[in-house]
Design a protein around this ligand. Sequence first.
Ligand SMILES: Nc1ncnc2c1ncn2[C@@H]1O[C@H](COP(=O)(O)OP(=O)(O)OP(=O)(O)O)[C@@H](O)[C@H]1O
Length: 348
Amino acid sequence: MSRSLRIEHLSVSYAEKQILQDLSLSISRGEMLALLGPSGCGKSTLLNTLCGFVDADQGRIWLDDEDVTAAGAQYRQMVQVFQSYALWPHLNVFQNIAYGLKVRGWSSNAIQKRVSEMLALVNLTQDMAKMAVTSLSGGQRQRVALARALAVEPSVLLLDEPLSNLDAKVRLSVRHEIKQLQRQLGFTSVIVTHDREEALVMADRIAVMNQGKIEQVSTPEQLYHHPCSAFVADFMGADNHLELNAETLIKVLQEHSATVLPSGRYAVYFRAGSAQLLTVNQVPPSVGMVLIGEVNQCVFQGESYRHGISTQQGHCYVDHSFALPEGQCVQLFVPSTALHLFASSSVH
Ligand SMILES: Nc1ncnc2c1ncn2[C@@H]1O[C@H](COP(=O)(O)OP(=O)(O)OP(=O)(O)O)[C@@H](O)[C@H]1O
């Protein structure tokens, strides 16, 4: 049965190397939380510590109001789904899904019924039960792995990059299927991913990790529009980054948005898709940052054309609905709502 999960001041190290540092996080019952962060920041270590494969040096792990920090993996009833599926190659689909139920001593009739329900749940036909898992496609194997995990009604489902081995098209459909299942069944889950779009689509909240710590945990919308640090802005895909001193920044910001800025350097982040290209004399539609520049590159990317713009303050990319010729002078405008500004001391 799904339970809530609370992590308090968790620290984990391998030998002398500290991996997780004083990490705290709460996940409500029925919530899906994505752990997003660069390679090596400790995402898998956190999952392994939660399910009891790795010991914590310090801190507490709670399932509802029960402290399970010292409890064995079997007692916690968290189940992991791996990138590599981790199916038993010598067992068929039915036997794989039934595995955990058998271990828990279910009767063969109950197992039969449960496996049949699980096959339907993950969109596999009943005749697939007898197939060897080695004869299945990647998407089908991951569905079997998911069915095997959900069959035992885990307290928390831990998904470690479950879609990474699937091709792009299958990945898109399976991510929606998992989200739909999670809404339908209301299971608590933590999903590890490198892919920010996947995190945005699937998660109720996203925790961005950096070097063993949580940088920000918020809803997808909040994280996307209001990153709390340069690291998060960069990681959430703000394509453009300029380093400006306060004096230059005040000059390029229009007067309404130019509040008093303490001196020093600032990191300015914005997305190519939220900036606009205006003709040199055009009045900007709202308050924001205006840079004067020249088009030095234009590439077609489907929905729009991405333009490389060289400005005195640095090189930027801006998406525009039609192609502008190289050499054209333009105003690059970014509405203040789409600008993310950080004092450079917060830049990693
Ligand atoms: N069993 C282990 N023994 C020693 N060091 C380990 C072990 N497992 C992981 N590490 C180290 O711990 C750090 C965090 O690894 P972890 O796999 O948790 O990161 P991650 O964020 O999941 O990375 P990735 O996205 O590449 O899977 C890395 O420096 C890794 O080399």
